[in-house]
Design a protein around this ligand. Structure first.
Ligand code: ZN
Ligand code: ZN
Length: 421
Protein backbone atom coordinates (compact mmCIF):
# COMPACT_ATOMS: atom_id res chain seq x y z
CA UNK A 1 0.00 0.00 0.00
CA UNK A 2 1.36 3.41 -0.96
CA UNK A 3 1.54 6.38 1.36
CA UNK A 4 -0.93 8.28 -0.84
CA UNK A 5 -3.57 5.57 -0.37
CA UNK A 6 -3.39 5.69 3.42
CA UNK A 7 -3.49 9.51 3.56
CA UNK A 8 -6.57 10.95 5.30
CA UNK A 9 -9.25 11.99 2.82
CA UNK A 10 -10.93 15.40 2.95
CA UNK A 11 -14.69 15.35 3.47
CA UNK A 12 -15.36 16.08 -0.22
CA UNK A 13 -13.29 13.03 -1.20
CA UNK A 14 -15.32 10.63 0.95
CA UNK A 15 -17.88 8.33 -0.66
CA UNK A 16 -21.52 8.78 0.39
CA UNK A 17 -21.18 5.60 2.51
CA UNK A 18 -18.22 7.12 4.34
CA UNK A 19 -20.04 10.43 4.90
CA UNK A 20 -23.02 8.58 6.34
CA UNK A 21 -20.65 6.61 8.55
CA UNK A 22 -19.23 9.87 9.87
CA UNK A 23 -22.72 11.20 10.69
CA UNK A 24 -23.43 7.93 12.55
CA UNK A 25 -20.17 8.18 14.48
CA UNK A 26 -20.88 11.81 15.51
CA UNK A 27 -24.45 10.84 16.51
CA UNK A 28 -23.15 8.12 18.85
CA UNK A 29 -20.00 9.80 20.21
CA UNK A 30 -21.03 13.48 20.30
CA UNK A 31 -24.84 13.38 20.18
CA UNK A 32 -25.39 10.61 22.73
CA UNK A 33 -22.00 10.25 24.39
CA UNK A 34 -23.15 6.62 24.60
CA UNK A 35 -21.60 4.86 27.57
CA UNK A 36 -20.22 1.31 27.56
CA UNK A 37 -22.89 -1.16 28.67
CA UNK A 38 -25.73 1.30 27.97
CA UNK A 39 -28.89 0.27 26.12
CA UNK A 40 -30.07 2.35 23.13
CA UNK A 41 -33.65 2.88 21.94
CA UNK A 42 -33.87 4.37 18.45
CA UNK A 43 -36.75 5.58 16.25
CA UNK A 44 -36.32 6.06 12.50
CA UNK A 45 -38.26 6.46 9.27
CA UNK A 46 -38.11 3.28 7.16
CA UNK A 47 -36.09 5.11 4.47
CA UNK A 48 -33.36 5.89 7.04
CA UNK A 49 -32.41 2.21 7.38
CA UNK A 50 -28.85 2.76 6.00
CA UNK A 51 -28.12 5.37 8.71
CA UNK A 52 -29.89 3.37 11.44
CA UNK A 53 -27.65 0.38 10.59
CA UNK A 54 -24.49 2.49 10.77
CA UNK A 55 -25.59 4.03 14.09
CA UNK A 56 -26.29 0.51 15.39
CA UNK A 57 -22.78 -0.56 14.35
CA UNK A 58 -21.14 2.45 16.03
CA UNK A 59 -23.27 1.95 19.15
CA UNK A 60 -22.11 -1.66 19.53
CA UNK A 61 -18.49 -0.62 18.87
CA UNK A 62 -18.94 1.90 21.71
CA UNK A 63 -20.07 -0.97 23.94
CA UNK A 64 -23.90 -0.77 23.68
CA UNK A 65 -25.68 -3.55 25.58
CA UNK A 66 -28.55 -3.72 23.12
CA UNK A 67 -29.87 -1.47 20.32
CA UNK A 68 -33.64 -1.61 19.68
CA UNK A 69 -35.07 0.36 16.75
CA UNK A 70 -38.70 1.24 15.98
CA UNK A 71 -39.28 2.08 12.31
CA UNK A 72 -42.08 4.36 11.09
CA UNK A 73 -43.50 4.05 7.60
CA UNK A 74 -45.18 7.09 5.96
CA UNK A 75 -47.48 5.11 3.61
CA UNK A 76 -48.70 3.03 6.60
CA UNK A 77 -49.44 6.25 8.51
CA UNK A 78 -51.45 7.53 5.52
CA UNK A 79 -53.27 4.18 5.28
CA UNK A 80 -54.48 4.75 8.84
CA UNK A 81 -55.78 8.27 8.13
CA UNK A 82 -57.56 7.11 4.97
CA UNK A 83 -59.04 3.82 6.19
CA UNK A 84 -59.09 3.41 9.98
CA UNK A 85 -62.35 3.56 11.97
CA UNK A 86 -63.06 6.84 13.77
CA UNK A 87 -62.10 5.40 17.20
CA UNK A 88 -58.52 4.89 15.94
CA UNK A 89 -57.81 8.63 16.19
CA UNK A 90 -58.29 8.74 19.96
CA UNK A 91 -56.09 5.70 20.52
CA UNK A 92 -52.34 5.32 21.06
CA UNK A 93 -50.33 2.31 22.27
CA UNK A 94 -49.88 3.21 25.93
CA UNK A 95 -48.39 -0.27 26.52
CA UNK A 96 -45.57 0.47 24.06
CA UNK A 97 -44.79 3.96 25.42
CA UNK A 98 -44.84 2.63 28.99
CA UNK A 99 -42.28 0.05 27.86
CA UNK A 100 -40.09 2.76 26.32
CA UNK A 101 -40.33 4.81 29.54
CA UNK A 102 -39.33 1.71 31.53
CA UNK A 103 -36.35 1.30 29.20
CA UNK A 104 -35.26 4.90 29.84
CA UNK A 105 -35.66 4.46 33.61
CA UNK A 106 -33.56 1.31 33.30
CA UNK A 107 -30.70 3.34 31.80
CA UNK A 108 -31.35 3.37 28.03
CA UNK A 109 -30.33 6.31 25.84
CA UNK A 110 -32.65 7.62 23.13
CA UNK A 111 -31.85 8.49 19.53
CA UNK A 112 -34.37 9.75 16.96
CA UNK A 113 -33.69 9.99 13.24
CA UNK A 114 -35.78 12.79 11.72
CA UNK A 115 -36.78 12.74 8.07
CA UNK A 116 -40.46 11.90 7.73
CA UNK A 117 -42.32 13.76 4.98
CA UNK A 118 -43.14 17.17 6.57
CA UNK A 119 -46.32 17.44 4.48
CA UNK A 120 -47.50 13.84 4.87
CA UNK A 121 -50.82 14.74 6.52
CA UNK A 122 -51.38 18.12 4.84
CA UNK A 123 -54.48 16.87 2.99
CA UNK A 124 -55.96 14.92 5.93
CA UNK A 125 -58.80 16.07 8.19
CA UNK A 126 -57.21 18.51 10.73
CA UNK A 127 -59.59 17.22 13.44
CA UNK A 128 -58.31 13.64 13.01
CA UNK A 129 -54.68 14.83 12.91
CA UNK A 130 -55.17 16.82 16.09
CA UNK A 131 -56.97 13.97 17.93
CA UNK A 132 -54.24 11.49 16.93
CA UNK A 133 -51.54 13.93 18.11
CA UNK A 134 -53.25 14.45 21.47
CA UNK A 135 -53.63 10.68 22.00
CA UNK A 136 -50.00 10.09 21.01
CA UNK A 137 -48.73 12.90 23.29
CA UNK A 138 -50.72 11.60 26.27
CA UNK A 139 -49.39 8.07 25.78
CA UNK A 140 -45.83 9.33 25.32
CA UNK A 141 -45.91 11.65 28.37
CA UNK A 142 -44.07 9.35 30.83
CA UNK A 143 -41.28 8.75 28.30
CA UNK A 144 -41.20 12.39 27.11
CA UNK A 145 -40.91 13.69 30.65
CA UNK A 146 -37.66 11.79 31.12
CA UNK A 147 -36.42 13.51 27.97
CA UNK A 148 -37.64 17.07 28.69
CA UNK A 149 -36.20 16.74 32.20
CA UNK A 150 -32.93 15.56 30.60
CA UNK A 151 -32.82 12.57 32.93
CA UNK A 152 -31.27 10.52 30.12
CA UNK A 153 -28.82 11.23 27.30
CA UNK A 154 -30.60 11.71 23.97
CA UNK A 155 -30.10 13.14 20.51
CA UNK A 156 -31.80 13.74 17.16
CA UNK A 157 -30.07 13.53 13.75
CA UNK A 158 -31.56 13.74 10.26
CA UNK A 159 -31.79 11.55 7.16
CA UNK A 160 -32.56 13.03 3.73
CA UNK A 161 -35.62 11.08 2.60
CA UNK A 162 -36.91 11.63 -0.99
CA UNK A 163 -40.32 13.11 -0.01
CA UNK A 164 -38.69 15.58 2.37
CA UNK A 165 -35.99 16.51 -0.20
CA UNK A 166 -38.62 17.20 -2.89
CA UNK A 167 -40.41 19.63 -0.55
CA UNK A 168 -37.15 21.46 0.27
CA UNK A 169 -35.98 21.62 -3.37
CA UNK A 170 -39.16 21.71 -5.45
CA UNK A 171 -38.63 21.53 -9.20
CA UNK A 172 -35.44 19.47 -8.92
CA UNK A 173 -35.38 15.82 -10.05
CA UNK A 174 -35.59 13.52 -7.00
CA UNK A 175 -31.94 12.38 -7.10
CA UNK A 176 -30.65 15.98 -7.29
CA UNK A 177 -33.02 17.12 -4.51
CA UNK A 178 -31.84 14.29 -2.24
CA UNK A 179 -28.16 15.04 -2.97
CA UNK A 180 -28.69 18.75 -2.25
CA UNK A 181 -30.50 18.02 1.02
CA UNK A 182 -27.70 15.67 2.09
CA UNK A 183 -25.09 18.38 1.41
CA UNK A 184 -27.14 20.83 3.48
CA UNK A 185 -27.52 18.30 6.33
CA UNK A 186 -23.80 17.44 6.38
CA UNK A 187 -22.77 21.13 6.49
CA UNK A 188 -25.42 22.10 9.08
CA UNK A 189 -24.52 19.07 11.22
CA UNK A 190 -20.87 20.24 11.21
CA UNK A 191 -19.48 16.96 9.92
CA UNK A 192 -18.19 18.34 6.58
CA UNK A 193 -14.83 19.08 8.24
CA UNK A 194 -11.65 17.04 8.75
CA UNK A 195 -12.25 16.34 12.45
CA UNK A 196 -15.97 16.60 13.29
CA UNK A 197 -15.58 15.48 16.92
CA UNK A 198 -13.07 18.30 17.57
CA UNK A 199 -15.25 20.77 15.61
CA UNK A 200 -18.18 19.88 17.89
CA UNK A 201 -16.06 20.40 21.03
CA UNK A 202 -15.07 23.88 19.81
CA UNK A 203 -18.61 24.77 18.71
CA UNK A 204 -19.95 23.60 22.08
CA UNK A 205 -17.52 25.78 24.02
CA UNK A 206 -18.37 28.85 21.88
CA UNK A 207 -22.07 28.37 22.70
CA UNK A 208 -21.22 27.83 26.37
CA UNK A 209 -19.49 31.24 26.49
CA UNK A 210 -22.70 32.98 25.32
CA UNK A 211 -24.74 30.93 27.80
CA UNK A 212 -22.43 31.95 30.67
CA UNK A 213 -22.70 35.64 29.64
CA UNK A 214 -26.53 35.45 29.55
CA UNK A 215 -26.69 33.61 32.88
CA UNK A 216 -24.48 36.26 34.52
CA UNK A 217 -26.90 39.04 33.40
CA UNK A 218 -30.02 37.69 35.21
CA UNK A 219 -32.36 39.59 32.83
CA UNK A 220 -36.00 40.06 33.87
CA UNK A 221 -37.27 39.92 30.30
CA UNK A 222 -36.30 40.09 26.62
CA UNK A 223 -37.72 42.59 24.14
CA UNK A 224 -37.96 41.52 20.47
CA UNK A 225 -38.45 44.36 17.98
CA UNK A 226 -38.61 44.24 14.18
CA UNK A 227 -40.89 45.79 11.53
CA UNK A 228 -43.38 42.91 12.11
CA UNK A 229 -42.82 42.10 15.80
CA UNK A 230 -43.01 43.92 19.14
CA UNK A 231 -42.89 41.31 21.86
CA UNK A 232 -41.82 41.29 25.49
CA UNK A 233 -40.96 37.85 26.85
CA UNK A 234 -40.60 37.76 30.64
CA UNK A 235 -38.07 35.19 31.86
CA UNK A 236 -38.97 32.70 34.59
CA UNK A 237 -37.64 33.37 38.08
CA UNK A 238 -34.38 31.45 38.53
CA UNK A 239 -34.24 30.79 34.76
CA UNK A 240 -31.08 29.19 33.40
CA UNK A 241 -29.78 29.61 29.85
CA UNK A 242 -28.58 26.44 28.11
CA UNK A 243 -26.87 25.63 24.84
CA UNK A 244 -24.01 23.64 23.43
CA UNK A 245 -24.68 20.38 25.24
CA UNK A 246 -26.19 19.14 28.48
CA UNK A 247 -25.11 16.87 31.29
CA UNK A 248 -28.11 14.58 31.67
CA UNK A 249 -29.46 13.37 35.01
CA UNK A 250 -27.64 10.07 34.43
CA UNK A 251 -24.36 12.03 34.39
CA UNK A 252 -23.71 11.63 30.67
CA UNK A 253 -22.80 14.69 28.57
CA UNK A 254 -24.81 14.81 25.33
CA UNK A 255 -25.76 17.12 22.43
CA UNK A 256 -29.56 16.70 22.23
CA UNK A 257 -29.83 18.20 18.72
CA UNK A 258 -27.54 17.76 15.73
CA UNK A 259 -27.36 20.49 14.50
CA UNK A 260 -27.64 23.05 17.31
CA UNK A 261 -26.93 26.80 17.22
CA UNK A 262 -29.28 28.08 19.93
CA UNK A 263 -28.99 29.56 23.43
CA UNK A 264 -32.35 28.91 25.09
CA UNK A 265 -34.13 29.39 28.39
CA UNK A 266 -37.50 29.24 30.16
CA UNK A 267 -39.88 32.20 29.72
CA UNK A 268 -42.37 33.17 32.43
CA UNK A 269 -45.74 31.67 31.47
CA UNK A 270 -47.70 34.73 32.71
CA UNK A 271 -45.38 37.53 31.50
CA UNK A 272 -45.44 37.56 27.70
CA UNK A 273 -47.08 40.55 25.96
CA UNK A 274 -47.26 41.97 22.45
CA UNK A 275 -47.50 40.86 18.86
CA UNK A 276 -45.25 38.54 16.91
CA UNK A 277 -45.18 37.12 13.39
CA UNK A 278 -43.40 33.96 12.30
CA UNK A 279 -40.50 34.47 9.89
CA UNK A 280 -40.62 30.88 8.58
CA UNK A 281 -43.44 28.43 7.92
CA UNK A 282 -43.92 25.71 10.51
CA UNK A 283 -44.15 22.02 9.71
CA UNK A 284 -46.00 20.34 12.54
CA UNK A 285 -46.64 16.56 12.62
CA UNK A 286 -47.12 16.27 8.87
CA UNK A 287 -49.07 19.52 8.43
CA UNK A 288 -47.86 22.95 7.29
CA UNK A 289 -48.73 26.24 8.98
CA UNK A 290 -47.75 29.46 7.18
CA UNK A 291 -47.49 33.12 8.24
CA UNK A 292 -48.41 32.64 11.89
CA UNK A 293 -49.34 35.93 13.62
CA UNK A 294 -50.29 36.00 17.30
CA UNK A 295 -50.97 38.47 20.08
CA UNK A 296 -50.07 37.67 23.69
CA UNK A 297 -51.65 39.18 26.78
CA UNK A 298 -50.47 38.21 30.26
CA UNK A 299 -48.58 35.25 28.82
CA UNK A 300 -51.52 33.85 26.89
CA UNK A 301 -52.25 33.90 23.14
CA UNK A 302 -55.48 35.87 22.72
CA UNK A 303 -55.43 36.09 18.91
CA UNK A 304 -53.89 33.68 16.39
CA UNK A 305 -54.00 33.71 12.59
CA UNK A 306 -52.19 31.93 9.75
CA UNK A 307 -52.54 32.16 5.97
CA UNK A 308 -52.40 28.35 5.67
CA UNK A 309 -53.16 25.76 8.34
CA UNK A 310 -54.98 28.25 10.61
CA UNK A 311 -57.36 25.48 11.68
CA UNK A 312 -54.40 23.25 12.63
CA UNK A 313 -52.84 26.16 14.56
CA UNK A 314 -56.01 26.87 16.51
CA UNK A 315 -56.47 23.20 17.38
CA UNK A 316 -52.83 23.02 18.44
CA UNK A 317 -53.11 25.95 20.88
CA UNK A 318 -56.35 24.49 22.24
CA UNK A 319 -54.66 21.19 23.18
CA UNK A 320 -54.60 22.17 26.86
CA UNK A 321 -54.25 25.23 29.12
CA UNK A 322 -50.47 25.43 28.61
CA UNK A 323 -50.59 25.19 24.80
CA UNK A 324 -51.34 28.95 24.51
CA UNK A 325 -48.32 29.89 26.61
CA UNK A 326 -44.57 29.81 26.03
CA UNK A 327 -42.23 27.08 27.28
CA UNK A 328 -39.01 28.20 25.57
CA UNK A 329 -37.33 31.28 24.15
CA UNK A 330 -34.14 30.91 22.11
CA UNK A 331 -31.60 33.27 20.56
CA UNK A 332 -29.91 32.31 17.28
CA UNK A 333 -27.83 34.76 15.22
CA UNK A 334 -28.77 35.42 11.60
CA UNK A 335 -25.19 34.46 10.67
CA UNK A 336 -25.75 30.83 11.77
CA UNK A 337 -24.57 28.49 8.98
CA UNK A 338 -28.14 27.22 8.62
CA UNK A 339 -29.56 30.73 8.12
CA UNK A 340 -26.74 31.54 5.69
CA UNK A 341 -27.45 28.42 3.61
CA UNK A 342 -30.77 30.07 2.73
CA UNK A 343 -32.40 26.64 2.74
CA UNK A 344 -35.88 26.36 4.24
CA UNK A 345 -35.84 22.81 5.65
CA UNK A 346 -39.53 22.49 6.68
CA UNK A 347 -38.11 20.68 9.72
CA UNK A 348 -37.78 22.27 13.16
CA UNK A 349 -34.49 20.49 13.94
CA UNK A 350 -32.90 22.66 11.24
CA UNK A 351 -35.14 25.72 10.90
CA UNK A 352 -35.06 26.49 14.66
CA UNK A 353 -31.29 26.79 14.34
CA UNK A 354 -31.60 29.39 11.59
CA UNK A 355 -33.48 31.99 13.64
CA UNK A 356 -34.36 33.16 17.12
CA UNK A 357 -37.53 31.33 18.16
CA UNK A 358 -40.18 30.72 20.79
CA UNK A 359 -41.90 27.45 21.66
CA UNK A 360 -45.49 26.99 22.75
CA UNK A 361 -46.10 24.47 25.52
CA UNK A 362 -43.87 22.45 27.82
CA UNK A 363 -40.86 24.15 29.43
CA UNK A 364 -37.52 22.43 30.04
CA UNK A 365 -37.14 22.06 33.81
CA UNK A 366 -33.36 21.92 33.32
CA UNK A 367 -33.60 25.60 32.26
CA UNK A 368 -34.35 26.57 35.89
CA UNK A 369 -31.88 26.56 38.78
CA UNK A 370 -32.46 23.22 40.52
CA UNK A 371 -35.47 22.60 38.24
CA UNK A 372 -34.69 18.95 37.51
CA UNK A 373 -35.45 18.11 41.17
CA UNK A 374 -38.72 20.12 41.42
CA UNK A 375 -42.29 18.84 41.07
CA UNK A 376 -44.83 20.46 38.72
CA UNK A 377 -46.21 22.82 41.40
CA UNK A 378 -42.75 24.16 42.30
CA UNK A 379 -41.89 24.64 38.61
CA UNK A 380 -45.17 26.48 37.94
CA UNK A 381 -44.48 28.79 40.90
CA UNK A 382 -41.30 30.00 39.16
CA UNK A 383 -43.29 30.59 35.95
CA UNK A 384 -42.42 27.42 34.02
CA UNK A 385 -45.21 26.33 31.69
CA UNK A 386 -46.53 22.79 31.34
CA UNK A 387 -48.38 21.24 28.41
CA UNK A 388 -48.65 18.10 26.29
CA UNK A 389 -47.13 20.04 23.37
CA UNK A 390 -43.75 21.68 22.74
CA UNK A 391 -43.74 23.40 19.35
CA UNK A 392 -40.95 25.76 18.29
CA UNK A 393 -41.55 28.43 15.67
CA UNK A 394 -39.25 31.00 14.21
CA UNK A 395 -39.50 34.76 14.86
CA UNK A 396 -35.92 35.95 14.19
CA UNK A 397 -34.58 37.56 11.01
CA UNK A 398 -31.87 39.91 9.78
CA UNK A 399 -34.16 42.76 10.91
CA UNK A 400 -34.65 41.61 14.52
CA UNK A 401 -33.32 43.64 17.47
CA UNK A 402 -33.28 42.04 20.92
CA UNK A 403 -32.79 43.87 24.22
CA UNK A 404 -32.23 42.33 27.63
CA UNK A 405 -34.35 44.16 30.23
CA UNK A 406 -33.13 44.23 33.83
CA UNK A 407 -35.35 44.24 36.94
CA UNK A 408 -34.88 48.04 37.21
CA UNK A 409 -36.27 48.45 33.66
CA UNK A 410 -32.98 49.37 31.98
CA UNK A 411 -32.41 47.89 28.51
CA UNK A 412 -29.18 46.42 27.19
CA UNK A 413 -28.80 45.64 23.46
CA UNK A 414 -28.18 41.89 22.91
CA UNK A 415 -28.82 41.60 19.17
CA UNK A 416 -28.97 44.19 16.40
CA UNK A 417 -30.22 43.29 12.92
CA UNK A 418 -30.17 39.64 13.92
CA UNK A 419 -26.54 39.58 15.17
CA UNK A 420 -25.04 39.41 18.65
CA UNK A 421 -23.90 42.88 19.77
ZN1 ZN B 1 -35.20 25.69 20.63
ZN1 ZN C 1 -37.83 23.71 21.56
Amino acid sequence: MSVAETAVKTFAELSFEEKLDRLAEVAVKVGLGLREGQELIMTAPMEALPLARKITEHAYKAGALLVTTFYADDPSVLARFENAPDASFDYAPVWLQDGVAAGFRGGAARLAIAGANPALLAKQDPAKVSRANVAASKAAKPAMELITRHEINWTIVAYATPEWAKLVFPGEPEAIAVAKLWDAIFVASRIAVDDPVKEWQEHGSRLKKRVDMLNAKRFHSLHFKSPITDLTVGLADDHLWAGGGTTAGNGIYCQPNIPTEECFTTPHKDRVDGTVKATKPLSHQGTLIENIAVRFEGGKIVEATATAGEDVLNRLISTDEGARRLGEVALVPHSSPIAQSGVLFWNTLFDENAASHIALGQAYSTCLIGGEKMDDAALAKLGANSSLIHVDWMIGSGEMDVDGISTDGSAEPLMRKGEWV
